[in-house]
Design a protein around this ligand. Structure first.
Ligand SMILES: [Zn+2]
Ligand SMILES: [Zn+2]
Length: 338
């Protein structure tokens, strides 16, 4: 039944249901796993996604981002031209889902991006048994092992204790990472206001409207040196931008799975690398592949070869799926641009 899923220039296409999953160019019918810009693009005829993903897309692209939209609840079953379709939490960002396709008993699951680490800002990953698992492998190398986020947050608060006269400027992606950082900071007991670069405000407001509590948030606005001793979140690119100079000599931090690689931290201007990722690390990729029970594994989005090799060494049918177009959309960790 795998011929029902075909790789095209526009992305993964389900011929039986005549729809695409996370297409990278405008199509008639799109099913979208989550709101990161490389997965969720504007201009489709119709979009089926979680209600949160639809709201995220409306914040980013405006209300008319697709001809028509339909929200699907987690676990709800629909039939799209005879293909059974359901969405299941992926634990990646607010509203992120894996998509389960039932072709009359043969079940395929397209993971989108996912993680297994705790994240107070979204529903946890749900394990969905399947025959074919299409998995991301953004961090598909054994070197990538993400430590618990609590320890990384502890590095940030410890630095604040040591350098209380300096602004702590933390680069974090606008969708998912910024919100998760704030939530983990609150869990750690940090209750001062967190200051936000303007680019992070709309999605933080959406998360709050969806019921995620952040405590006091303040726009940076025109402030600079008066934010000594405070935590300021900004998009990663702002760390090395003129904008950052207003804080004098800040401590710069960056939250990303790529911070495991020291050279990348330096390159991105991060003195304090925080290894906090919204993607599964190597161990969780391997564990998830096994736990789904799938015999066929398609690997996409990053370091495919190592995971394909690992799967084959375990007797699974694995192949790399060289999907083009899934790039750092300004807020993902999809490729090593970070
Ligand atoms: Zn993503
Ligand atoms: Zn992605």
């Amino acid at each position: 039944m795998q011929q029902n899923l075909i790789l095209t220039d526009a992305g993964l296409y389900c011929s039986a249901g005549d729809f695409f999953i996370d297409p990278v160019r405008p199509v008639e019918r799109a099913l979208i796993t989550h709101g990161h810009a490389d997965h969720a693009r504007a201009g489709h005829g119709s979009v089926l996604a979680s209600s949160e993903t639809l709201k995220i897309m409306a914040v980013r692209y405006g209300a008319g981002f697709a001809g028509t939209t339909q929200a699907i609840a987690p676990g709800e079953r629909l039939s799209v031209a005879g293909v059974g379709v359901s969405f299941h939490p992926a634990g990646h960002v607010l509203g992120s889902c894996q998509i389960r396709l039932d072709f009359g008993g043969f079940v395929a699951v397209v993971s989108g991006d996912y993680k297994r680490q705790p994240d107070p800002t979204c529903a946890p990953f749900e394990l969905v048994p399947c025959d074919l698992f299409v998995t991301e492998a953004t961090f598909g190398l054994p070197v990538f092992r993400h430590p618990p986020a609590t320890g990384e947050i502890g590095k940030l608060t410890a630095s604040l204790g040591l350098f209380g006269d300096k602004t702590h400027l933390v680069g974090a992606y606008a969708l998912g990472k910024a919100q998760r950082l704030i939530a983990h900071l609150r869990e750690s007991g940090y209750n001062r206001p967190v200051y936000l670069h303007g680019a992070l405000e709309p999605l933080c407001a959406l998360y709050e409207a969806e019921g995620v509590a952040f405590g006091p948030l303040e726009p940076v606005g025109g402030r600079g040196k008066e934010l000594a001793g405070e935590i300021v979140l900004c998009p990663p690119g702002q760390l090395t931008d003129r904008w950052a100079r207003r804080f004098g000599d800040p401590v710069t931090a960056l939250a990303s799975g790529w911070m495991r690689v020291r050279a990348r931290a330096r390159q991105r201007g991060a003195e304090l690398p925080l290894i906090i990722s919204d993607h599964a690390d190597w161990d969780d990729l391997c564990r998830t592949v096994v736990e789904t029970g799938a015999e066929d594994i398609w690997v996409t989005h990053g370091a495919e070869d190592a995971l394909v090799h690992w799967c084959r060494s375990r007797g699974l049918n694995a192949r790399p799926l060289n999907l083009a177009g899934y790039e750092d959309g300004g807020d993902g960790e999809t490729v090593g641009i970070v």
